[in-house]
Design a protein around this ligand. Structure first.
Ligand code: UD1
Length: 347
């Protein structure tokens, strides 16, 4: 196939490009090489054709779509960001960029899209109350967090909740600017599919880590923040009590999921969301300890402090992706994190 990978010089996109090239696909990359992510110019796969341009640039996007069968849209600003000064940049890169891409695809007759979405569209993960059954907890209150009460209570009866796997039919509850832009991307892509008869697979990545992860910036995930601290000789600083659950999925598994998704025909006129996780929930405390151990210390410090807006537990059910295209994560947590202790981070 002839595939355009937007953001193909980035952390996840570059692994997708490598897989596609290895599988014999013809790959074109459109990447703005944003300085917030790329402090130095990254290497890209020689076999791919690189256009350095922003996805908001309609004429460049149209040129990049020439002869393309499918688009893998990875270009985005990710993470929590620095502050609300970032808001216009998030909306521009993520939502205006997606709108320009979709309009150009409609004009050029390209009908297949794989969209990089995120588990942040859910807000909190799945929860069950022993009395009220499945529930969606609200925002955690500062008074509770200050007192070290990190678990969100049942919104109906206040009892403690059990964390459950989040499935794709969970309500959307974006709780950050980034999350709001990811929800908007999905909605724009769904509207595009309905009008054009195109098909979209929205891959809701859980917490991705692995080689080429950017060094810690306000836009980096926790694995990179911990790894960068270790490189500086500092202990990873674990927020809350370290018991928050995440689904840490290795970038090689995420790249493979993209390869499968690009080959899957999808449903004309529809957007299908699919969780892409590891099937192996771990706490943030586990991530810090296993990584610190593999790096040779220093061991993590659990701070008891918290980050405003963070959710407590999010763990994926990846059953739907498994049913659709036999998605099977292969990198076990201990193997992936031990290797990540030595993996090069991107500067
Ligand atoms: C966040 C972002 C999301 C992004 C994802 C991966 C939101 C609300 N969250 O999700 O945009 O897709 O990162 O990049 O938009 N932690 C520590 N110590 C630190 C930093 C973080 O203990 O130094 C904890 C956090 O409190 C959190 C967990 O690690 O509980 C995971 O943090 P992070 O990697 O930022 O991921 P998410 O919050 O899951």
């Amino acid at each position: 196939m002839h595939i355009l990978v937007t953001g193909g010089a980035g952390f996840i996109g570059s692994h997708v490009v490598d897989r596609l090239v290895a599988a014999g696909d013809t790959v074109r990359i459109l990447d703005a090489l944003l300085p917030a992510v790329h402090r130095i110019r990254p290497e890209v796969n020689d076999a791919a054709e690189l256009t350095v341009a922003d996805v908001t640039d309609r004429s460049q996007v149209e040129a990049a779509l020439d002869g393309v069968d499918a688009v893998c849209h990875q270009a985005a600003m990710v993470g929590l960001g620095a502050d609300l000064d970032d808001l216009p940049a998030y909306a521009t890169h993520n939502d205006l960029g997606t709108a320009v891409l979709l309009a150009a695809m409609a004009g050029r007759g390209v009908r297949r899209l794989v969209l990089a979405s995120s588990m942040v569209v859910y807000g909190e993960g799945g929860y069950r109350c022993p009395v009220d059954g499945p529930v969606c907890p609200g925002l955690r209150l500062p008074a509770d967090l200050d007192a070290g009460r990190f678990e969100p209570p049942c919104p109906c009866c206040g009892r403690p909740l059990e964390s459950t796997l989040v499935t794709e039919d969970a309500p959307l509850d974006p709780r950050s600017v980034y999350a709001a832009t990811k929800v908007a991307q999905e909605h724009l892509a769904a509207a595009w599919a309905a009008v054009t008869g195109g098909s979209v697979l929205a891959l809701r990545y859980h917490n991705v880590y692995g080689p080429r992860m950017p060094r810690d910036t306000p836009y980096a995930g926790v694995a990179s923040i911990f790894r960068s601290a270790l490189e500086r000789g500092e202990p990873p600083r674990v927020f809350e009590d370290g018991g928050q659950l995440r689904d840490f999925v290795h970038v090689h598994d995420v790249a493979q999921a993209n390869l499968h998704a690009l080959r899957y025909p999808g449903a004309p006129g529809e957007l299908i969301p699919l969780n892409i996780g590891s099937g192996e929930p771990h706490t943030v405390g586990d991530m810090a300890s296993v990584l610190a151990q593999a790096f040779g210390g220093p061991m993590p410090v659990v701070t008891g402090s918290y980050r405003a807006g963070d959710v407590r537990h999010v763990v994926a059910s990846s059953a739907r992706a498994r049913d659709f295209f036999e998605y099977q994560p292969r990198v076990a947590f201990s193997d992936g994190v031990n290797a990540f202790a030595c993996d090069p981070l991107r500067s």
